[in-house]
Design a protein around this ligand. Structure first.
Ligand SMILES: Cc1ncc(COP(=O)(O)O)c(C=O)c1O
Length: 420
């Protein structure tokens, strides 16, 4: 018999059941252990042949060059990140976006998830004058933020307006009337495009948020994990202006590199200095593989080409396939799809379902179809709201055959439920 180790408050906080742990456990089960499951669950990107071929070429080039190999595996990176990459990123954002930034505005992290851990705990929580929170202007939001806070009361969300579009679509919009920024608000945060809904906060909404943030002297965090300029899984053009008050968080994951764990934060010097200090304490240094591959992509001018010619069209085709399957097989079922404007998810709303989305998720899992229950994405909204129990998120990263099969099984289950 072993004595159970007593955990500190920190230990207890981070070992409670967490939505993101369940999500990653489902993902691991489906992608590594039981490949027969039809996996429309977590946020793993698709395998895109042209991209992986390019990465293979770069890896060969590095392996064949003793100096490059030593830099990849044998040298700790500087705290802020690889100097060559910082220079290339400055040039890239100066040229493409007209952002007036220098090296001092950029920090590399081990994945954007860990950048968020730092940002959330560095900005929200205990301050001498108040207990401060993150404010999410549109809920549902990325559930990966939810368990990162090292204390209670770190998150508040704003219930969105729901615009019904035609018979089968809808869109969440920021309800600026209800957006309550107070002296306790540490920062606002939006993922754009949004995980889980595929929503794209419009340029006008972003400008309005930006102005509010500036007036209240709080940062606006823009999570670009799926956004522009890379991987740019955005099905409509969008503006992304520079602002001293914005904290822009990028990631290499959805390009097709989730396993290299590289995030990039671009913000004012003050924020970057603080973030780099925390990151160095937490990680000592960042991994070198992601930065080495991004360096190659930028040096060879391949990054934008890749996004435009391979990544975006790939996901657009997948999205269209999944939606056409849903439209064909869900006839007679009451459902709406959130306007799929970006990322690689379809967000479904079943307003008249006679069971909760959590129960539906469980039934589908038993039938071999893994989707995401929508409920955990409403973590920042404690209010009683039936809508929180009526949504599912489907990822469309798998083959067309898997998507077709999964929709067939879903339709069977939903038709069965409609009869009761
Ligand atoms: C919106 C959003 N932000 C951040 C992340 C974290 O990504 P990573 O840590 O792989 O960069 C994810 C992952 O799925 C995400 O969907």
């Amino acid at each position: 018999m072993t004595n159970q180790t007593k955990l500190s408050q920190f230990g207890q906080q981070l070992t409670l059941d967490s939505g993101i742990f369940d999500l990653m456990a489902d993902l691991g089960q489906a992608l590594n252990v039981n490949p027969d499951l039809l996996f429309l669950g977590g946020g793993n990107p698709a395998k895109i042949e042209a991209f992986e071929q390019l990465i293979a070429d770069y890896l060969h080039q590095i392996a064949d060059d003793p100096k490059a190999l030593n830099q990849l595996v044998g040298i700790y990176q500087s705290p802020q990140g690889s100097e060559i990459l910082l220079d290339l990123l400055v040039e890239y954002f100066n040229q493409n976006y007209d952002w007036p930034i220098s090296r001092k505005n950029i920090a590399i992290t081990n994945g954007s998830q860990s950048a968020f851990f730092i940002l959330i705990n560095m900005l929200a929580g205990h301050h001498p004058d108040a207990h401060k929170h993150f404010l999410f202007p549109v809920v549902p939001e990325y559930l990966g933020y939810s368990d990162q806070a090292l204390g209670e009361g770190y998150f508040k969300g704003c219930k969105p307006q729901i615009e019904l579009i035609g018979e089968r679509e809808f869109k969440y919009k920021i309800d600026f009337e209800k957006l309550n920024i107070t002296a306790q608000t540490a920062a606002m945060c939006v993922s754009r495009p949004t995980n889980p809904t595929g929503n794209m906060i419009s340029d006008q909404e972003l400008a309005q948020l930006s102005e509010l943030a500036r007036n209240h002297r709080i940062p606006l965090i823009i999570d670009c994990a799926y956004g522009a300029p890379f991987p740019d899984i955005c099905y409509q053009p969008l503006m992304h202006p520079w602002d001293e008050n914005h904290i822009n968080v990028f990631s290499l994951s959805k390009l097709g590199l989730p396993a290299v764990r590289t995030g990039i934060v671009i913000a004012n010097e003050d924020i970057i200095n603080s973030l780099v200090k925390v990151n160095t304490i937490m990680s000592l240094a960042n991994g070198n593989l992601g930065p080495a591959l991004l360096t190659k992509l930028l040096q060879n001018n391949q990054l934008d080409l890749l996004c435009e010619q391979h990544i975006k069209p790939f996901y657009q085709q997948k999205r269209d396939h999944l939606i056409s399957q849903i439209q064909a097989k869900f006839s007679g079922i009451q459902y709406r799809i959130h306007q799929p404007q970006g990322a690689f998810f379809v967000w479904l709303w079943f307003e008249n379902l006679n069971i909760s989305s959590t129960e539906l998720y469980q039934i589908l899992k038993q039938k071999g179809v893994l989707v995401m229950d929508g409920y955990p994405f409403f973590f920042a909204l404690p209010d009683d709201w039936s809508h929180k129990h009526q949504c599912l998120r489907l990822s469309y990263c798998q083959s067309d055959e898997i998507l077709t099969q999964a929709v067939e099984i879903m339709a069977e289950v939903l038709h069965g439920l409609a009869k009761h």
